[in-house]
Design a protein around this ligand. Sequence first.
Ligand code: NDP
Ligand code: GDR
Length: 367
Amino acid sequence: MRWPDAGGADMTKKKTALISGVTGQDGAYLARLLLDKGYIVHGIKRRSSSFNTQRVDEIYQDPHEDDVLFFMHYGDLTDATNVIRLVQEIQPDEIYNLAAQSHVQVSFETPEYTANSDAVGVLRFLEAIRILKLANSVRFYQASTSELYGKVQETPQKESTPFYPRSPYGVAKLYAYWIAVNYREAYGMHASNGILFNHESPMRGETFVTRKITRAVARIGAGLQSTLYLGNLDAKRDWGHAKDYVEGMWKIVQSDQPGDYVLATGETHAVREFVELAFAEIGKTIDWTGAGVDEVGLDTKTGAELIRIDPRYFRPTEVDVLLGDPTKARNELGWHHKTTFSELVKEMVAADIQLLDRESWRNTLAE
Ligand code: NDP
Ligand code: GDR
């Protein structure tokens, strides 16, 4: 099957992209990338009782001005009529489905909602494309995840590694993965899965472990907090930078043939290592003593308890180790990660220190 060139038949026309989850970490990086590439970008945001667009405020454009290239629309993946109407009105060339209840631990608390948004939400998009007869003109990207591998069956994990999800989130994303494959095969859609391993940044949500650590390090360094409570320190993840990964998403969508691609760094590190590197940024080293839930991380110089374990952060079923093999993406798309693990930690700690400085400066002005 030959899909239309990305951008449609008229190559002089600007391409139009629709991003669900534009207010999230990846959505914010992807919107910037596509605007830089000359796209018209439409993003879906949820109605919220307080502002939830901080990550895209910098690229916001007043819709009353001329030559607007970035538009926001209210929407929700649990609302099929909303999804169909937006696809019909926007007539995008490319859809990046990034919206999801993306927190693994929260998915144990809200399993049904997670299935509705993360699994059935994807079906709603694919059905919108089918109902509107856009199967031959729209390219679809599904935000799949290394959580599909869960209890890993093979190391490193690649596209052919069997899935074994370990959370309601992982199981919902399993449906999402396969429904995208099925619509590709059944209706000839240009629908692709990016199986992305963990990627982080200064825009990472505050309750994911990396950002939780870097925020705490900034606050402990400033004397605003004494101890950081964490769960499983021995979990290992293949952590990259979100900026590199959104470039990979775009490359997947530009590929002539749709397909499924692992994006990963090919390195794995324990949560404990992330903690140690992050504290090193503020000149602190850690002595680990005790075991299990009684383990503590002491400041080598002062003996202060920097880290304590809170069993509340343990998951009913854990994903112990993830390590991705991005060979297919490297060979077929020319994609590889650029930011190293230590550069990532450095950048995140520095950004949280800066954010804290800005907040205290604002508070001083308000006094
Ligand atoms: P975030 O949690 O930062 O962003 C999720 C986005 O989805 C937010 O904009 C959120 O809106 C929106 N959203 C949530 N539920 C709905 C809904 N029902 N309808 C419409 N929008 C909704 O996630 P990331 O940016 O980190 O991840 C992007 C995608 O990639 C997600 O699908 C995630 O599962 C997946 N993924 C992420 C990886 C990572 O390491 N970051 C790795 C692999 C996959 P609001 O701002 O209002 O909450
Ligand atoms: P993950 O990311 O579950 O891999 O999902 P998260 O940062 O939440 O957890 C990573 C590992 O750290 C352990 N951990 C803790 N996690 C959190 N959140 N808080 C803690 O206090 C804590 N202590 C230890 C966890 O047990 C886990 O092993 C992310 C999300 O972005 C998903 O949407 C995405 O699909 C996957 O990455 C790839």
